[in-house]
Design a protein around this ligand. Structure first.
Ligand SMILES: *Cc1c(COP(=O)(O)O)cnc(C)c1O
Length: 421
């Protein structure tokens, strides 16, 4: 699709709203119908045939597993923001990946993957659940891993949780005519548009930044018309649908996506710099820090380093546990891309399903913590982190005041600024 407006922010505000004027509405209508009455059986039959065959729309939607207009508007918006012909939304990021993998099975059962990727995605591909054979390799060795039955190359950039960046164009060149899927969840279309670099498919866990408020589980794939058709065929058959209310919330969040991503990124940059010089931090993973972008991709492939960072605490697992106990403003929780700052332990949670030896080989150590920076003020977040790092090794639960029964009502109760930062 031709990008109609030069500026992303403008498109994000207006995408997927083309029919509002004719409908006479200013917010997307939320259509919760499960079935759609027909007046003419012939029209309904033809509509059913075209939707089952993978068409995006039909004169009569027939049944909500085949089509929903609220979901359709979000898909149209996301496609525009990714510079894609089409987008297909699913119940979750994993449902979206499953649909892609089911579609590619018909082309051959071999997938090439570059680690690390999201833990459950790694597990889904490696486990044999979908009957796929996988070769895990390095980003610069993709060409050697391709076989005649290779039907997909899958990469994630920035990668979860190490923030390793993969050069999409270099992988596409090696993959030759094998389609490349990029999980671009960490980047969002604000910072990175993989299709412009030759990828065939862009996947988002829309649960993260696209939803942005921690209240929607969703997935979406932006791609060309032929792929979208195949994905809709799988979706109609398997039912991994995005609920219309979730689509409504996702669409509602798009106008503020660029603002949220840019603000969180500026804060992440400040935190990453301070962490890098902290005595209790062994290393910081963040693309714009020295060594974080060996291929020079920030500026070329990504508009900025993003708002996720990871750091290794001196003292390994015990120290990481102490930090998680001591934070009060940051929320210890998995997931990312929300308005509030989330901190979690990849080896113990998101990447627990990955074999310990594979985790280690890919830099997911026991002292690694991942932070998804939210929209709080940078100074407050730094005070929280500095306090938590100071609490390492002290023991107890690290929370001041608990001994007196003064359990904070809210994790964000301000604490006295006795902590040198
Ligand atoms: C969360 C996540 C997924 C999985 O998405 P769900 O919406 O949780 O199913 C896939 N890839 C990345 C990079 C993620 O962060």
């Amino acid at each position: 699709m031709e990008l109609r407006y030069a500026d992303f922010a403008t498109r994000a505000v207006h995408a997927g709203r083309a029919d509002f004027a004719s409908l006479g509405v200013h917010a997307p209508p939320l259509d919760l119908s499960t079935t759609y009455p027909f007046t003419d059986l012939g029209v309904a039959t033809d509509s059913l045939d075209t939707l089952v065959g993978g068409d995006a729309t039909a004169p009569n939607p027939v049944y909500a597993r085949l089509y929903n207009p609220t979901v359709g508007r979000f898909e149209e918006a996301l496609a525009e923001l990714e510079g894609a012909e089409e987008a297909v939304a699913f119940a979750s990021g994993m449902a979206a990946l499953t649909a892609v993998l089911m579609a590619v099975r018909q082309d051959g059962g071999h997938v090439v993957g570059v680690r690390p990727i999201y833990g459950t995605a790694d597990h889904l591909i490696s486990s044999g659940l979908l009957g796929l054979d996988v070769t895990w390799t390095e980003a610069d060795a993709v060409a050697e891993a391709i076989r005649p039955d290779t039907s997909l190359v899958i990469i994630e950039t920035p990668a979860n949780p190490t923030l390793a960046l993969v050069d999409i164009e270099a992988v596409v060149a090696q993959a030759d005519d094998v389609p490349v899927l990029v999980d671009s969840t960490f980047a969002t279309p604000v910072l990175q548009r993989p299709l412009a670099h030759g990828a065939a498919l862009v996947l988002h866990s829309a649960t993260k930044f696209l939803g942005g408020h921690g209240d929607v589980i969703a997935g979406v794939v932006a791609t060309g018309e032929a792929w979208a058709r195949r994905l809709r065929q799988v979706r109609v058959a398997t039912g991994g649908l995005l609920h219309p209310l979730a689509a409504y919330l996702l669409h509602r969040g798009l106008p503020t996506l660029a603002l949220r991503v840019e603000r969180a990124q500026a804060t992440a940059q400040a935190l990453a710099e301070r962490l890098a010089s902290h005595e209790r931090v062994a290393s910081v993973h963040y693309p714009s820090l020295p060594g974080g972008d060996p291929h020079g991709l920030v500026g070329r492939q990504m508009a900025g380093p993003g708002s996720i960072l990871a750091f290794e605490v001196v003292g390994g697992y015990e120290a990481a546990t102490d930090v998680l106990r001591a934070v009060r403003l940051m929320t210890p929780a998995v997931s990312l891309g929300s308005t509030d700052t989330l901190i979690q332990h990849p080896a113990g949670l998101t990447h627990r399903v990955v074999d310990a030896s594979d985790r280690k080989a890919n830099g997911i150590s026991d002292g690694l913590l991942r932070v998804s920076v939210g929209l709080e003020a940078a100074a407050d977040l730094w005070a929280d982190l500095a306090f938590a790092l100071a609490a390492v090794g002290i023991g107890g639960d690290g929370r001041l005041g608990n001994a007196q029964g003064e359990v904070p009502l809210c994790r964000s109760v301000p604490r006295p600024s006795v902590i040198a930062d």
